[in-house]
Design a protein around this ligand. Structure first.
Ligand code: ADP
Length: 345
């Protein structure tokens, strides 16, 4: 009886048509089953060219039949349409597009507490208000907050295809990695397990016909963030910072992380830029002034907007109704979020 290793070695000789690399190293072999002498191989392809599966089939049949002890061979192809041209380029770099999603924007920050989740959820609301179909995914395993910001404790369910179905709220599709963890399990989801979990998770959500998916990344530039930016075909990233020097230094690291893996930086959002005092109408620059603008210029990326500190930004988040739902005439923060969404649309 042949071993799985025998089959793998044989498949390692099957070239992807037009490339010098083999189908195994391209990650196209999804499973190998061996029953006595019979072999079933599942392959996954993203192509519209009917010659590709035909040529792979011919080569694979030849090499597998030549393995000593092999009887019947069956090759099952799961053939999908290739994503748009940008995503196809990303796929060649080994990045996976997310099914059901046209555009993926990541929201990152160099450190926690700068308002990244606040910005991610309000951007999602503002993009949705501009007529797009929007999803929001909280990728922070250790401190998920999106469910709280939309005031839901609903749990997603699994459909018949074992996909996780996002929660629908205020016209948005919401998902949080934290939804899937028991109360105290994040402690054990560490390092490589967390990384694998993140990768698997992002591919298993049944997003439905989204124009844009906003990914709220965990704060910082560690393993999990790197995995996401390396393995998901991101269309762009926005970096959230406060005007404070220390936050800007960390924001620089986040920008560098995205640039290293060729994810375009759509811009910087400066949060907590100033406090507009209701009694004297003055703007108080509590965390410093002009830092975001200077940093954006230095990095050669746009400054997408400056969000003021407003009591109702936090209050609305705590009530489960992000501020971007508010009439922009009544909230400067809401107005700026809408302005940013129009730039990103
Ligand atoms: P992060 O995701 O970067 O850790 P959060 O989005 O959780 O940060 O924000 C931290 C806290 O600051 C939250 O309580 C949030 O409501 C509050 N906050 C964020 N941005 C603002 C703002 N512009 N005005 C007032 N409060 C804000």
């Amino acid at each position: 009886m042949p071993t799985e290793q025998d089959i793998r070695t044989a498949l390692g000789h099957v070239r992807y048509p037009g490339f010098s690399r083999d189908i195994l190293s391209f990650g196209l072999v999804k499973s190998i089953q061996i029953n006595d002498a019979d072999v079933v191989v599942e392959l996954s392809l993203a192509t519209r060219d009917p010659n590709i599966p035909r040529l792979i089939h011919e080569q694979a049949m030849d090499v597998l039949k030549a393995v000593p002890g092999v009887g019947d061979v069956r090759l099952n192809f799961d053939i999908k349409d290739p994503p748009g041209s940008a995503a196809t380029a990303a796929d060649k770099l080994g990045k996976a597009s997310i099914p059901g999603v046209k555009r993926v924007i990541a929201v990152g920050s160099g450190k926690g507490g700068v308002g990244k989740s606040t910005v991610a959820s309000n951007l999602a609301v503002a993009l949705s208000g501009s007529g797009l179909r929007v999803g929001l995914c909280d990728c922070d395993l250790y401190g998920p907050s999106i469910a709280h910001m939309f005031g839901t404790d609903e749990r997603p369910y699994q459909n018949e295809e074992q996909q996780i179905v996002p929660i629908e709220r205020d016209g948005l599709q919401l998902m949080s990695m934290g939804f899937l963890l028991e109360d105290n399990s994040p402690v054990i989801v560490r390092g490589p397990i967390a990384t694998r979990y993140t990768q698997q998770f992002l591919r298993q959500v049944a997003w439905h016909d989204l124009d844009v998916l906003v990914l709220d990344l965990p704060p910082g530039t560690g393993d999990i963030q790197l995995t996401i930016v390396q393995t998901v075909a991101l269309d762009g990233a926005v970096i959230v910072t406060t005007p404070q020097e220390i936050a800007l230094i960390d924001a620089r690291k986040a920008v560098a992380m995205f640039q290293k893996v060729n994810v375009p930086i759509l811009g910087i959002i400066e949060n907590m830029s100033y406090f507009l005092c209701p009694s004297d109408g003055q703007a108080y620059h509590i965390f410093g002034k002009g830092g975001g603008e200077k940093e954006a210029r230095r990095l050669g990326v746009p400054l997408l907007g400056q969000i003021p500190i407003e009591m109702n930004v936090r209050e609305r988040a705590d009530e489960g109704h992000p501020i971007a739902f508010e009439d922009p005439a009544k909230s400067e923060a809401s107005r700026v979020f809408r302005e940013i969404a129009a730039k990103l649309k």
